[in-house]
Design a binder for this molecule. Structure first.
Ligand SMILES: NC(=O)c1ccc[n+]([C@@H]2O[C@H](COP(=O)([O-])OP(=O)(O)OC[C@H]3O[C@@H](n4cnc5c(N)ncnc54)[C@H](O)[C@@H]3O)[C@@H](O)[C@H]2O)c1
Length: 340
């Protein structure tokens, strides 16, 4: 019997690519998404890209325990990947209650319904933002955590809740993955990053500038203590993130309890380096202007990716040029994203 994986937030950027990866490896995939930051059209494209349909998709809010319980009653769920969350740092400063409600409240609702249905295997979307304003990079899973904004605090809170749940339910198996900066798109050009409204992340913004949808990029600060003064991040191809989740599901049974892993490449890239790489991949100019730092942003976040490599014998495979090429292909083929 193939395993059934329930993917919350499965229509979103990382979720949609992970669904394709799971379908390609024979899993049955059930999606729960309320489309607050995604299009239902992504679901059709998942099936097209994977060449296989999703088992089911529900337009459901993860905070709605009753509706979630019906989903668990309808499917024999073997594992859950929990992506559904709000994710924009700046927005979280402006709307903290919504972030705690969805990210922490949604996780609690999910955990209680999983518990009621005896589902004990979970992969959780955490974030490198839990490390805060890191003093020493690369960051290992043992580096101090000190989140600097409400979004990052919701992720750390969820990790702590999960650790407490694992301490109580000793057969629970949880992998919390702290992603660094997922970018890029599926190479077939059908799936990519299409956030509602103004993109909060740099890569989709750059892509929208390149395609002429936005005038110019705002670079938030060039006075950070980094080689060119702009923020340095560890960009990771979304296909590597997707693959990492499939491999994580395969490794859930390695141990019981709560385990935390970084998901990054170990390579740092500044905003200006990213802009140059994208201009090269797209053949387009990327006009930009430097503006003030953004509240909650930090200078440098780069992963020590060795723990995952040692535990799963798995590493990322795609470089910055591939990330830019694939993000550009999606943007060029879908100038208005999933909107027709
Ligand atoms: N993209 C990044 O840079 C990044 C980095 C680190 C961690 N993460 C985490 O990874 C996860 C996925 O991120 P993404 O980039 O794919 O974001 P995304 O916004 O594209 O996907 C999130 C999905 O969850 C859905 N969703 C939100 N609230 C929901 C709710 N209450 N009920 C049901 N569905 C809901 C949205 O509609 C969306 O489809 C998030 O938890 C995010 O915090 C993302």
């Amino acid at each position: 019997m193939p395993e059934t994986v329930l993917v919350t937030g499965g229509a979103g950027f990382i979720g949609s690519h992970t669904c394709v990866e799971l379908l390609a490896h024979g899993y049955e995939v059930v999606v729960v998404d309320n489309h607050v930051n995604s299009s239902p059209r992504a679901l059709e494209r998942i099936a097209k890209t994977a060449g296989r349909p999703l088992t089911a998709a529900y337009d459901t809010d993860v905070r709605d325990r009753g509706a979630l319980a019906e989903v668990f009653a309808a499917h024999r769920v073997d594992a859950v990947i929990h992506f559904a969350a709000h994710k924009a740092v700046g927005d979280s400063v402006a709307r903290p209650v919504e972030y705690y409600d969805t990210n922490v409240g949604g996780t609690c609702a999910l955990l209680s319904v999983m518990h009621e249905h005896d589902v004990r295997r979970l992969v959780f979307s955490s974030s490198c933002s839990v490390y805060g304003d890191a003093q020493n990079v690369p960051l290992t899973e043992h580096s101090p955590v000190a989140p600097t904004n409400p979004y990052a605090r919701t992720k750390l809170m969820c990790e702590r809740i999960l650790a407490d749940v694992c301490a109580h339910l000793t057969d629970m198996k949880v992998l919390a993955l702290r992603y660094f900066n997922p970018v890029g798109a599926h190479p077939d050009g059908l799936l990519g990053e299409d956030p509602h409204g103004v993109p909060d992340n740099v890569m989709p913004y750059v892509a929208q500038v390149a395609v002429g949808r936005r005038e110019r990029l705002s670079v938030f600060g060039d006075d950070y203590p980094t080689p060119d003064g702009t923020g340095v991040r560890d960009y990771i191809h979304v296909m590597d993130v997707a693959e990492g989740h499939r491999v994580a599901v395969e490794h859930l049974d390695d141990d019981t309890g709560m385990r935390v892993f970084n998901l990054g490449t170990g390579t740092g890239t500044s905003v200006l380096e990213l802009v140059a790489a994208f201009a090269e991949a797209s053949g387009r100019d990327i006009p930009y202007r430097v503006v003030d730092r953004r509240p909650g942003d930090v200078a440098e976040l780069v992963a020590d990716a060795s723990a995952v490599a040692a535990a799963w014998n798995w590493t990322t495979a795609r470089d910055l040029a591939a990330m830019c090429r694939d993000a550009w292909r999606f943007q060029e083929l879908n100038p208005r994203g999933y909107a027709r």
